[in-house]
Design a protein around this ligand. Structure first.
Ligand code: CA
Length: 412
């Protein structure tokens, strides 16, 4: 059962792990203390990689400039090896990624960038709300990029840990991006695994899909939101986005329907779903225009259910997680004026928005807990404090920040 689908996961074609915005929005996941005793000197490894880099069209000058004296940052290896012990329910994940704040911010961006978004729709066939929703989930509209210097992070991952051959490809790709002058070296920072900029592209994805959409001659996903919007639209177009087709719709399932064998990928004609008793969530007939659709349920038959089109698959391909795809899909609907899902998540303790997380943290601080900055991210320290308060209040002491503990603390 995929109640908890958002664990940091590997997607070979785009980006290996959660994006910077997810990590920051949902709380630092904590890392075990390292026992690395190795040297940070990467010079021997770089000497080994030099001819492969040359074959990969990284010039001698670029190589020398960016790898001379390069030091390993073993914190990225800790991130690579980290296994989350805290698994976040889908309703917590969705509450933080699609909250009123992000909907309002996204609406502002739609207005602000209307011209570029309309141009992107004309050229790539992807509508403004979808492009802005990706932007919001990926980097909180350009506010959360990650802080790791990418040459150092990818250089380290090319020489240490598992997946070195994968990361070498990304490392060379990153160097070619610098070589081409798309991004200034001092601006080239991102997630520990190498995703960067407004759209959190991996370097190889950048090379395949980034576009110069503001016409200054560079595809600058760090400092040009217009380039980022065009690049996102291009990504989705290349992932099979069909213009004018919705990502899907929320539906109501008939009692006793079997979910066995159903899923996003098991597409059936709308008529088949109608025959099985599936209706729109308001009870009306399914629109035939959806074509062939799969049934997506991330919390079982009693939670929100959706029929999803091939356009959902295009969103999914951005980060290879269904929870992630649903966050973008839902945010895009909210940007078009839709409300929250009609069916609640099957829990008696719903998740918190980022504003509510900050409120909860404030209440924890008032009670004398040291949780670090009040940032809306419920990391290890916040969870420890929540656990203590839950214990005191006679609640289930699971360390999870939900509506129950928030309401209890509001009441003293
Ligand atoms: Ca540009």
């Amino acid at each position: 059962m995929s109640f908890v689908t958002h664990t940091l996961r590997f997607a070979t074609h785009l980006k290996p792990w959660a994006t910077a915005s997810l990590v920051l929005a949902l709380g630092t996941l904590g890392a075990a203390p390292s026992a690395w005793a190795q040297s940070t000197d990467l010079s021997a490894c770089m000497a080994e990689l030099r001819s492969a880099a040359r074959n990969g069209k990284v010039s001698e000058a670029t190589w020398a400039r960016h790898t001379a004296g390069l030091q390993a940052d073993f914190s990225v290896i800790e991130k690579l090896n980290f296994q989350p012990e805290f698994r976040m329910p889908i309703w917590d994940y969705m509450s933080a990624l699609v909250d009123e704040e992000r909907v309002a911010d996204g609406k502002g961006r739609l207005t602000e960038h209307r011209q570029a978004l309309e141009r992107a729709e004309q050229r790539f066939g992807v509508d403004p709300a979808t492009v802005v929703a990706v932007w919001g989930v990926e980097s909180n509209f350009g506010q959360t990029f990650g802080k790791y210097p990418l040459v150092q992070a990818l250089g380290t991952l090319s020489c240490h840990g598992r997946r070195q051959s994968y990361f070498r490809g990304e490392f060379f790709s990153a160097l070619r991006i610098l070589q081409a002058g798309h991004i200034a070296p001092e601006r080239f920072v991102g997630s520990w695994a190498g995703a960067f900029g407004h759209t959190q592209f991996m370097p190889s994805t950048f090379e395949r899909l980034a576009v110069d959409f503001d016409g200054d001659g560079r595809a600058d996903l760090m400092d040009s939101s217009v380039d980022a919007l065009g690049s996102t639209a291009n990504f989705l177009a290349r992932a099979g986005w069909q213009s004018g087709l919705p990502w899907g719709i929320e539906v109501k399932l008939p009692a006793g329907i079997s979910l066995a064998g159903e899923g996003r990928r098991t597409k059936r004609p709308v008529a088949d779903w109608t025959a099985r008793g599936v209706r729109r969530v308001d009870g009306s007939a399914l629109p035939a225009s959806l074509g062939s659709v799969g049934l997506l349920t991330l919390a079982g038959a009693n939670g929100p259910a959706f029929l999803v089109t091939r356009n959902f698959d295009a969103l999914y391909s951005y980060n290879a997680a269904e929870s992630y795809g649903l966050a973008i899909a839902h945010l895009s609907d909210r940007l078009r004026g839709a409300g929250p899902f009609a069916t609640p998540w099957p829990t008696d303790d719903a998740g918190l928005s980022r504003a509510e997380r900050r409120e909860l943290q404030g209440l924890l601080v008032m009670r004398g807990h040291d949780i670090g900055p009040i940032d809306g991210m419920l990391g290890d320290k916040s969870r420890e404090a929540i656990r203590a308060e839950q214990k005191r209040l006679g609640l289930d002491a699971n360390g999870r920040g939900g509506q129950k503990v928030l309401k209890a603390l509001r009441g003293g």
